[in-house]
Design a protein around this ligand. Structure first.
Ligand code: PLP
Length: 335
């Protein structure tokens, strides 16, 4: 049967390479000649162990992750990490407090969750709309904070950091869910990076956590055991049944990224793709409007309105209908 030509603009779950889907399709019936489906494999089997190890090795290679960082494949999504981060790290220092940069929905949710476990300081004046990153001269960082947290790409608002925040030695934590592996990253600048796989490196179900070893082991006693980095790191993400299939898919996607030039090539591609849209927006004499400051426009998610700054509802409806007729889906963003 011929496949319908659809262009999926969804931020995540998002488009996957066709070669990945074809291989998964084959291995759903018979994984590597074992006679069983990849879905049927025990997480304690040597075949699954090879998948887990291969996925970690590829990730370490693609991001140049140093030896003193642990890599974990956990459940609970990015939202699970909104809780896991404070539960594991807010006790790093006596004061039990953390600094948050709140530049969009996702960092706002993370900060709110962290308030359950310690004192949270929003380091900059509160933003009335999420269209920019407050200038670092306005930030008041607390040297006693256990960590500084930010969301590297605010998916809903299309605000992306093109710099790594300076924290004067305080541990830096980043939610990279929606721009993970979209460009090279110097992992050594971070204490912890996490990312849900469903946006850039696979399907929903697995969240990657990369954490510097010396930050592990300061967990608050109320931390659920499945979110405890010490337990999961010591057990190679196998304390409980891991999201096996999602890890398998991630391995295939990482292989695809490697075969297609790695994170540097992804960066070039993402710049090319996003500029195609920004160029049209900028040349449209205000017909298309992107509300985000130019300096922090995301290369991953491009929010725009149609007709006027605050959007012309009738025109936007027409735009979406026209797109849909052309097989373009998931263009409607958050209101
Ligand atoms: N962080 C970012 C940047 C996101 O875009 C999302 C979801 O879209 C999340 C966190 C939450 O992830 P999850 O839905 O996997 O909990």
């Amino acid at each position: 049967m011929e496949q319908k030509q659809t262009i999926n603009f969804g931020a995540g779950p998002a488009k996957l390479p066709q070669s990945v889907l074809l291989q998964a399709q084959k291995e759903l019936l018979d994984y590597n000649g074992t006679g069983i489906s990849v879905l049927e494999m025990s997480h304690r089997s040597s075949d699954f162990n090879k998948i887990l190890n291969k996925t970690e090795i590829l990730l370490r290679e693609l991001l140049n992750i140093p030896e003193n960082y642990k890599v974990m494949f956990l459940q609970g999504g990015g939202s699970g990490q909104f809780s896991a981060v404070p539960l594991n790290l807010i006790g790093l220092k006596e004061d039990g407090c953390a600094d948050y940069l709140v530049t969009g929905t996702w960092s706002a949710k993370a900060a709110k969750e962290a308030e359950k476990y310690g004192k949270v300081n929003i380091v900059h004046p509160k933003l009335d709309c999420y269209t920019k990153i407050p200038d670092s001269s306005t930030w008041t960082l607390n040297p006693s904070a256990s960590y500084v947290y930010y969301c590297c790409n605010e998916t809903v608002h299309g605000v992306e950091y093109n710099f790594i925040p300076e924290t004067n030695g305080v541990v830096l934590v980043s939610d990279m869910s929606s721009n993970f592996l979209s460009r090279p990253v110097d992992v050594t600048k971070f204490g912890l990076i996490f990312a849900g796989a469903q946006k850039n490196v696979g399907c929903a179900g697995v969240t990657v956590v990369i954490v510097r070893e010396d930050l592990i082991g300061h967990t608050l006693k109320e931390c659920p055991i499945v979110l405890d980095y010490k337990v999961q790191a010591e057990m190679n993400s196998l304390y409980n049944t891991p999201p096996c299939f999602s890890i398998y898919i991630m391995g295939l996607v990482l292989e695809w990224i490697k075969n297609n030039g790695g994170s540097a090539a992804m960066e070039t591609l993402n710049k090319q793709k996003s500029s195609m849209i920004y160029d049209i927006i900028d040349a449209s004499n205000g017909f298309y409007v992107c509300p985000v400051d130019e300096g922090c426009r995301s290369r991953m998610n491009v929010p725009f309105r149609v007709g006027k700054k605050e959007g012309d509802e009738a025109l936007e409806k027409k735009f979406l209908e026209g797109a849909s007729k052309r097989g373009m889906i998931s263009l409607k963003g958050h209101r």
